[in-house]
Design a protein around this ligand. Sequence first.
Ligand code: FE
Length: 216
Amino acid sequence: MRHSTSMPHDHHDHDHDHAHALLPPDPALRVRALETILTEKGLIDPAALDAIIDTYAHKVGPQEGARVVARAWADPDFRTALLNNADAVLDGMGLTGRQGEHVVVVENTPQRHNMVVCTLCSCYPWTLLGIPPAWYKSDAYRARAVREPRAVLAEFGLTLPAEQAVRVWDSTAEVRYLILPMRPEGTEGWSAEQLLPLVTRDSMVGTGLPLSARDA
Ligand code: FE
């Protein structure tokens, strides 16, 4: 900190004494500052960044993952292929790409419920679910999902039977997970198209269940 003795302590001088306070206080502003510096150095193209953000914020979203889940519910061969080698299946559907290079699909069963977290940061299958929700990135979710998954699920309104185990999958930059929820009861014979609206985003992260047949 620079201390001035020769100048009166007017507002201008005060600002100099507290230069650090001019740094952006919150993450959004820090990102903005970083983007400005990188642009000025010619390291990034802001138009390209805007295009990427627009794509994942507005064009790619949970409807992509929902298409995959609904099809897996309706088509047993597709389901088997998806569980065995999701990358190949998703590649064939044009659903691989940035933040979705390697995806593993895990299936919920009456014996086991699966949920996904990224304890390190916020790794998430963008190509299938879009941009992660704020809670997924929160310190609380990341810290507690592994330690007390049932308590976290209860806060999402999801209370599982005691006999159903909970398995938590920790996403990384290398592997992203998509949960294949259990097909809702009373939907026997439904087509993938009919099943599609039952698939919720949270059911594919494991913090929720699909809608029931009544909600269709
Ligand atoms: Fe991460």
